[in-house]
Design a protein. Sequence first.
Length: 337
Amino acid sequence: MLSSPYFKELYLTRSSARPRLLFVVHSVGEEEEEELHFYSSSQPRIPYDKSSLVVAADYHTTFPSERCNYASGLICFRVKGCSGEEAMTLICNPITGQYAELPKVIMYIPSKAFLGFDPIDKQFKILVDHHPSFPPRDRHIILTLGVPKLGWRSDICCPKYYGYLSEGICISGVIYYLVCPRYSKGVYEIVCFDVRYEEFKVIEAQCFYNHHQTLRLINYKGKLGGITGNLNDSGAIELRMWVLHDAEKQEWSEYVYTLPENDDIKLHDFTVAGMTTRGEFVLSMIDTFKPFYVFYFNPEKNVLRSVEIQGFGEDVSSVKVFVDHVEDFNFFKRESI
């Protein structure tokens, strides 16, 4: 299926009329086995005369893993419990639960896989650091989906770096992630990987100094953004965001927003999940105390509203939220895996 022409036409059949929130719910079972449970809910347009709403999440599927990577409606993850030559990487549609096993490759526990999508050639590619146990990480392997013969290509050289400081994000055909280029503290860079041309570039990112521990990379109106949330000196929740306005000149702009008072968000640890196409920041609780909330903040109107999400069940340890997920019910429909 992954080598069929239909895979490359995935975007042509997808409806973008109703984006949803995708929830990746992490849990640990009785035998200490870690699992990822996938849910989704509507991304409601909350009337401005209401400050809260209750939405039920729909359950879709479960996989034995502890972390995943997301791009353009698909999930890539490594099956928990595999190591070395036994490592198994899957790509799946989190809504239907259909999946395909990728060609096996040696992956070590610290390895990271980044899923990217090239919107011009309509191709998905997976980028993996090959030998992360021996820094600097300057060798990667790559797999292109939707080609006649699937196979990992090696010796993809990239700038040297020693450690990851963020998850990756793919925006307009470029994968971004924050790294530490050397052992010295306080030096940060953004690694950019052009999915189509398979070229690396490095952008200076000293603006994230002292902020990387809570930083989330987001898609800010088609540009790379890095955002963090903390309490300011007066006890109010403050969002601080940096936007890469010019990649060539490496120019960042900084924005600061103070959230309106809200008792629900103050009681829990939270993270910024992203920004919707309507220009609202989406914040979500990190812990899973009930009730579980996501929050929508409109920076132009300075309005903060909460949505209670129901249906995650018990024994949940953490929840990760992806914004503007678009379902594709035709994935793996025409051919068997």
